[in-house]
Design a protein around this ligand. Structure first.
Ligand SMILES: Cc1cc2nc3c(=O)[nH]c(=O)nc-3n(C[C@H](O)[C@H](O)[C@H](O)COP(=O)(O)OP(=O)(O)OC[C@H]3O[C@@H](n4cnc5c(N)ncnc54)[C@H](O)[C@@H]3O)c2cc1C
Length: 376
């Protein structure tokens, strides 16, 4: 067992830090926007980091995606700029089903543009009346002459309006499929999603009898659920990476503040309750980081089988980040509450992580189901 990151991972961390450094001056502005900040997108393109999201055969960095590398990048980006993290993550979440399930023609058309970040993708599962219960979706495809007709509404879709294509989860007869739909297809419209506490590039997408070719399906008809699960198996753990980065950034803010501010004749960090809270934060961050790297390592080897570890890492790290950032705000007193300060942004940005890509309660249910089966 080796707890040291190999040199190639250290290089990737360095690459991510360079990107984060280059956009520091844009972070507050970008994190208040629900549209793509052009400077962040330019930075992402220049960084070359999107190459981590695509197999080497289509312009990517490695033969196949490396979840640990993706976690390490998200750890750095989320600590600095939530929009940068989201844009980076979506390059993979919105293209992985293509990498593993699309025809050669579809891959050749889109994946090199994802690798260079020339194109942004979107992955549309959620609907106004369907969230955690994915199987309750009503968006469907039906045969229409020699092609297909796609009809339905998708909600809270990251990159909607900015994406070049949508991968859409649909009912397909008695099963489910994913279909690839170019964003300029006739019949697609996008409205803004209501603003959330931590602004995010997303929208409400209507597919109004959109005509698509029969080969818009990824894989064989009916493969949709497997492709969604495979995507989650690789990317759910990356939310844990982002959560670890966010929590560590919050802790560093709190340490800097409590070291320099004195009350009762000494720095806050020397007061018992404050010191204990900060020690707990550090301990919890390190525990979450270990589980995250371990789950990412497993996801890189047997992604579907390791989905429980990805779920545990996402659950543990996102819950940890909320606890940590809450304590950090507490020890910073009124200075932790100032709008758009780094700590206040982190406080808001931690919250959605416990809801998207599997709400904590849903993850606990599936982890417990596996546990019940696993123990003799
Ligand atoms: C910032 C952000 C970006 C997003 N981007 C995308 C995107 O790109 N594409 C996309 O398709 N979706 C996206 N979503 C939507 C996201 O996937 C859903 O919010 C998520 O799946 C949860 O669904 P819901 O919000 O409808 O909550 P619901 O399903 O209504 O659940 C509400 C709550 O009920 C509880 N609950 C639900 N089911 C169970 C259960 N079985 N057992 C116990 N408790 C349960 C949980 O506490 C849960 O939080 C995004 C959301 C956010 C916040």
């Amino acid at each position: 067992m080796n707890f040291e990151l190999e040199d190639r991972y250290l290089d990737i961390q360095e690459q991510a830090r360079d990107f984060a450094q280059s956009i520091t001056h844009l972070a507050v502005e970008a994190d208040n926007m629900s549209s793509v900040h052009p400077g962040i997108l330019d930075g992402l393109r220049e960084s070359g980091l999107s190459r981590l999201m695509v197999p080497a055969a289509y312009g990517g960095a490695d033969e196949k995606l490396d979840p640990l590398a993706i976690c390490l990048v998200r750890e750095v980006l989320m600590a600095n700029c939530c929009q940068a993290d989201s844009l980076f993550a979506m390059q993979g979440i919105g293209s992985y089903a293509l990498s593993i399930g699309a025809s050669e023609e579809q891959r050749t058309q889109w994946l090199p543009k994802i690798a260079s970040a020339e194109c942004l993708p979107a992955f549309a599962l959620t609907e106004p009346d369907s969230g955690s219960d994915l199987k309750s979706i009503t968006t469907e495809i039906v045969s229409d002459g020699d092609g297909l007709c796609l009809h339905g509404d998708k909600s809270f879709i990251s990159n909607a309006g900015a994406a070049s294509y949508y991968i859409v989860f649909v009912r397909d007869g008695s099963g489910y499929s994913l279909v690839l739909v170019p964003a300029d297809a006739s019949g697609i419209s996008v409205k803004p999603t209501p603003e959330i506490l931590a602004p995010h590039v997303m929208g409400e997408v209507t597919f109004d009898k959109v005509r698509i070719p029969a080969d818009a399906r990824l894989g064989d008809g009916g493969d949709g659920m497997n492709l969604v699960l495979a995507t989650l198996a690789v990317f759910r753990v990356s939310v844990a990476g982002a959560a670890v980065g966010l929590a560590e950034a919050a802790l560093h803010e709190a340490v800097r503040h409590t070291r320099s501010r004195e009350q009762f004749g000494r720095p806050l960090i020397r007061l018992g309750a404050v010191a204990q809270m900060l020690a707990d934060c550090w301990t919890e961050i390190e525990m979450a980081r270990l589980l995250t790297y371990h789950a990412a390592y497993r996801a890189g080897r047997q992604s579907l089988e390791s989905v429980n570890y990805s779920s545990m890492a996402k659950l543990g790290a996102s819950e940890m980040a909320s606890r940590v950032v809450d304590r950090c705000v507490q020890v910073m007193g009124r200075f932790g509450l100032i709008s758009d300060s780094r700590i206040e942004r982190l406080y808001r940005q931690a919250r959605p992580m416990r809801i998207y890509e599997g709400a904590s309660e849903v993850l606990r249910q599936s982890i417990a189901r596996t546990l019940a089966d696993k123990v003799d």
